[in-house]
Ligand binder design. Structure first.
Ligand SMILES: Cc1ncc(COP(=O)(O)O)c(C=O)c1O
Length: 448
């Protein structure tokens, strides 16, 4: 048996007292551990594995590229693989986004987009523009910059003394409207909050607005109302502010469109992508950028003052190409939209449990929020750690989910994020929801 935490191996685990099973094989939507136990990867890790585990074409592409060259530094060389991957991503991205900066993950992609926005503003003669406005109830990564833009009190508070203070606006969270409105009285006050904050901060000082088109990790597939992103785009245009769409979770077909923002036909100035981009076959991220931003730097200083060792490395780029090819060849983006309808109907059936307050999402991106009282929407006491309890119980039963907390007010609130590989079938969705149903029944009894 492979040693793990109990046997004093030397890995620094996320939770040092937890005993982790050893993953030994992945196939399709399943992961197998060293005891032979099978798990449905109901959250694709953390919304990562879009094309499924164990795809032979990807391993073959990996080996083909490794046999040619695995690494050549981006300050010395380009590679056929990175040129190819950039052109594939441009074809998937909204029109007008024409340049791709490669990275190794989501936090790097977010920070790169923010730095690029800043350099662009300086080079176009607006050096006073530097602030980034983001939202509460959001997640943009764990590096200090990305964490500063994130709006999750629990994840931020330990590191606050090290972080930049940046402005955050209210989230687009209809189930818990920050303005206490009902659908019939809503005039998209959450989008108007961007304008208010811009005015308080002085629009001349603001470089960019950063948001996840649908919130993933911190609230569980929050989808804004129709019109929200159109209004956000208008406000950004009115005040000469760039709009960065953080598509680290929602990109690459996860929500049934190429990118989450495509649901509203809004064009961001930059997209931060990762996760599904390489489907977990290699660490990878990218920023997809509007031509104008690239042109200003090209015609100005000529160099983006930034860079990471593994940017553009040929091996990851070749893997990215193979993943995108597989996604397109098997039409997995439309499949995510289609199977997504079945998935949401199945998840909705769980609303019969007394503590399921809201079920939401799009495509194969689903969230379930738990509440103590369905009428008042009162969250559970965070000391209960309900989301972890439910996640662990489902895991014991062979279902991997992505539990989270703090959606309601930064600390309180419990949810599960479900985001299975895009290849999942209706029958497998029934299995997934069946395990959730059993888990909720057991937990419901314990709660009462
Ligand atoms: C929307 C979003 N942005 C950024 C990140 C950070 O990505 P990474 O963990 O690859 O640094 C995440 C990770 O979950 C995410 O969901």
């Amino acid at each position: 048996m492979v040693p793990n935490a109990t046997m004093k191996d030397h890995v620094f685990y996320r939770h040092s007292r937890k005993v982790y099973p050893t993953a030994v094989r992945g196939q399709g939507i399943y992961i197998y551990d060293s005891t032979g136990k099978r798990y449905i990867d109901g959250s694709a890790g953390a919304a990562v594995v879009g094309i499924g585990h164990g795809v032979k074409e990807i391993t073959e592409a990996m080996v083909r590229q490794a046999e040619k060259i695995s690494f050549a530094h981006g300050s010395h060389f380009t590679s056929e693989a990175s040129i190819e991957l950039a052109s594939r991503l441009i074809r998937l991205a909204p029109e007008g986004l024409t340049r791709v900066y490669f990275l190794s993950g989501g936090s790097e992609a977010v920070e790169t987009a923010v730095k690029l926005a800043r350099q662009y503003q300086v080079e176009r003669g607006k050096p006073e523009k530097y602030k980034v406005i983001s939202r509460w109830t959001s997640y943009h990564g764990n590096t200090l910059g990305a964490l500063a833009f994130s709006g999750h009190t629990g994840r931020r508070r330990l590191y606050l003394p090290l972080m930049l203070h940046t402005p955050h606006i209210a989230p687009a969270y209809c189930y818990r409207c920050p303005f206490s409105l009902q659908p019939q009285t809503c005039s998209l006050e959450c989008a108007a909050d961007l304008e208010k904050t811009l005015l308080y901060e002085e629009p001349g000082s603001v470089s960019a607005f950063l948001a996840e088109p649908m919130v993933g990790a911190t609230a569980g597939a929050l989808v804004p109302r129709e019109g929200y992103y159109q209004k956000i785009r208008e406000i950004c245009d009115r005040y000469d502010v760039l709009f960065i769409s953080d598509e680290v979770m929602t990109g690459m077909g996860r929500t049934g469109k190429n990118f989450g923002i495509d649901h509203w036909k809004v064009k961001p100035d930059m997209i931060a992508a990762a996760k599904g981009l390489s489907s977990g076959y290699t660490p990878m991220g990218a920023v997809i950028v509007k031509e104008e931003i690239h042109r200003v730097i090209q015609d100005g200083s000529g160099a983006f003052v930034h860079g990471h060792t593994y940017s553009q490395n040929p091996l990851s780029a070749a893997i990215g190409c193979a993943v995108v090819d597989y996604l397109l060849k098997h039409d997995l983006i439309s499949r995510s939209a289609e199977t997504g309808k079945y998935f949401h109907r199945a998840l909705k059936s769980l609303e019969r449990h007394s503590f399921v307050g809201d079920v939401r999402g799009k495509g194969l991106f689903g969230g379930i929020e738990f509440v103590k009282d369905k009428k008042t929407k009162e969250p559970f006491d965070p000391k209960l750690r309900l989301n972890g309890l439910i996640g662990n119980r489902a895991f014991e039963k062979g279902l991997i989910t992505y539990p989270g907390g703090g959606g309601a007010d930064g600390i309180r609130g419990d949810h599960l994020l479900l985001a299975p590989p895009l290849i999942i079938t209706e029958e497998q969705i029934d299995d997934l929801v069946g395990i959730l149903d059993q888990t909720f029944t057991e937990v419901g009894k314990e709660l009462s």
